[in-house]
Design a binder for this molecule. Structure first.
Ligand SMILES: Cc1ncc(COP(=O)(O)O)c(C=O)c1O
Length: 447
């Protein structure tokens, strides 16, 4: 239904507008290319719309301002890292105080117990450890799982994303497990470390578990990284029952699905994982992540955790659990990501879903909008059931155009697919502005 020549011409116009709007960013990008690989400090920063990255001067609440003085409504929120809203004053005060009173000593600070107790209260798991990033937390969880079960492999969902964890950068090609397209320099053949099964496919999971090789199933309770793919009724119960039956651990990664509520889907849907991983927003922007364990697992790990060789066990890190991170997590969880915050953010995501659905319906497009808590996303196909179906529906040209069109009109979507995340700092007028901009884009596309 989309005329590709028209799309191409519209994209050209938007590229020119983008360059005209951002002369200072253009100059900074040119300079950065002289010293930084790919001109950016982290490779994904090249994924944004426009021919160079926009440099950000400051970000507060649900908005940021670039170096050319343009203000944006931020619907990306640091791809969940700033789901709380940017620069929360309470967190900023604590960070400043901690910076003055010592950041890292490799000893616990008084905030440690509060953080463990709060994570238990939210997610239900009784024992916790900190990590710097969700990637690290996943890596540690998988090590524990292999150690405890003595089994070599982990099982993930096709088209999952759990960070830069080697074993998880795998997809299915027919029945074969192969490196995810784009994964650079796989450490070993991923088929030796990983089984991959389609999301929502109970039989495939049982076949993988029945090999007796699987130490853990690591999964998001709803896929969020290939668009939102929701679990079908009964699927997560079946996953729990099968993992128990075949003695594999169930590790639920709530890094993104924390959008479902203060205790993620684990709490919202009464899941009973053996381990839970949380990351990204819990430190209010300061790098921090955590993983929780059931009491049964914690008791079995007590020996190695207290052993002399724990420093070379492949878990933890010198700056992990530092006083700054703990203070930031405590301050963040005290004032953000609470029931009352979701009570504001979720209705905004619902309003987004309704507005975008109406535009799609009145244009007669076969597109859909999906939502999980305060995260919503539109997609150029009917709702997928698996990651592979979602991946097959990716339309990079349309994605790129809609991102750039929105950005040129003051709205930042996440650079991956068409995701919008809402915080208590957004307003209904922000949502309505997006709907208006989206409607204009659709009319421009349909001519
Ligand atoms: C579900 C999930 N887990 C883990 C990660 C890794 O997070 P980080 O890059 O902060 O390590 C991501 C990143 O997008 C994610 O979406």
């Amino acid at each position: 239904m989309i005329d590709r020549e028209r799309l191409h011409a519209l994209r050209q116009d938007e590229e020119e507008l983008f360059a005209r709007l951002h002369p200072r960013s253009a100059a900074l990008a040119e300079r950065a290319r002289g010293s930084l690989l790919a001109g950016v400090p982290m490779p994904w920063m090249t994924r944004w719309p426009g021919s160079f990255p926009v440099f950000v001067e400051k970000a507060t609440g649900a908005r940021f301002t670039d170096v050319d003085g343009i203000e944006y409504v931020d619907l990306c929120l640091g791809d969940t890292g700033a789901m709380t809203g940017h620069a929360l004053p309470e967190v900023a005060d604590v960070i400043a105080e901690r910076a003055r009173t010592g950041i890292t000593t490799m000893l616990p600070s008084p905030d440690a117990a509060w953080v463990g107790e709060e994570l238990t209260r939210r997610f239900g798991l009784p024992r916790w450890q900190l990590a710097m990033t969700a990637t690290d937390a996943n890596r540690f969880a998988l090590r524990f799982a292999r150690h405890l079960t003595g089994r070599p492999k982990i099982c993930v969902m096709d088209w999952c994303y759990h960070g830069t964890v080697d074993e998880t950068l795998a997809v299915l090609d027919g029945d074969a497990v192969v490196p995810r397209p784009g994964a650079l320099g796989p450490q070993v053949d991923v088929a030796t470390t990983t089984a991959v099964v389609p999301f929502n496919d109970v039989e495939a999971l049982e076949r993988a578990l029945a090999t007796g090789e699987i130490a853990a199933v690591l999964m998001e309770p709803a896929l969020t990284n290939i668009g939102i793919v929701l679990p079908e009724p009964g699927y997560l119960d079946a996953v729990r029952e099968l993992t128990r039956r075949y003695d594999a651990l169930l590790v639920i990664d709530e890094t993104h699905t924390l959008c479902a509520g203060p205790g993620g889907c684990t709490r919202a849907w009464d899941l009973e994982p053996d381990m839970v991983v949380v990351g990204k927003p819990i430190g209010g922007g300061i790098p921090a992540a955590a993983y929780g364990l059931s009491l049964a697992l914690a008791e079995r790990l007590e020996g190695p955790m207290l052993g002399h060789d724990i420093d070379v066990a492949g878990v933890g890190g010198t700056l992990t659990g530092n006083a700054l991170a703990l203070a930031a997590v405590r301050a963040t969880l005290s004032v953000a990501l609470r029931d009352e915050d979701f009570a504001i953010a979720v209705p905004l995501a619902e309003r987004f879903t309704e507005g975008v659905s109406q535009v799609i319906a009145s244009a007669g497009l076969p597109w859909h909008v999906q939502r999980l808590g305060c995260r919503a996303e539109y997609w150029f196909s009917p709702p997928p059931r698996t990651g592979a179906e979602a991946a097959a529906a990716v339309d990079e040209q349309l994605d790129g155009f809609l991102h750039l069109w929105s950005f040129n009109r003051g709205i930042l979507l996440a650079p991956f697919h068409n995701m919008a995340l809402f915080s208590p700092h957004h307003q209904e007028s922000d949502v309505d502005r997006h709907t208006e901009v989206f409607a204009e884009a659709v009319s421009a596309l349909l001519g």
